[in-house]
Design a protein around this ligand. Sequence first.
Ligand code: AMP
Ligand code: ZN
Length: 115
Amino acid sequence: MDCLFCKIIAGEIPSTKVYEDEYVYAFKDISPIAPLHYLFIPKQHISGASAITEENADVVGKIFMAIAKVAAQEKLESGFRVITNCGDDAGQTVHHLHFHLIAGQKMGWSADQGV
Ligand code: AMP
Ligand code: ZN
């Protein structure tokens, strides 16, 4: 399958790993929009939030457990944001489910601005 994030999981494309377990892989975003910007992805290919089903939904909990662990390791006590973009209007560019973890600065709140 021609999927950038599947290739990252397979080690065919390099990435800077920040977390890995049986179900989840996390790495630094290549084009950070905040001082800390990591991506959390399921090892199983899921095209995006609209493809979450009864069969594959458990991995979303695994991803959020991983996010909580990394947030504690990185001492993000003052806060962080988790984002998933789904579809064209949201600007999804990679069609493998991923959650952006963003932190390290005070963030505003707007529908057309990540930070
Ligand atoms: P989205 O726009 O929500 O689909 O997010 C895709 C994210 O993947 C963007 O923030 C990109 O900067 C990031 N990205 C694309 N290619 C790579 C790569 N090779 N390594 C790390 N992050 C990447
Ligand atoms: Zn994939």
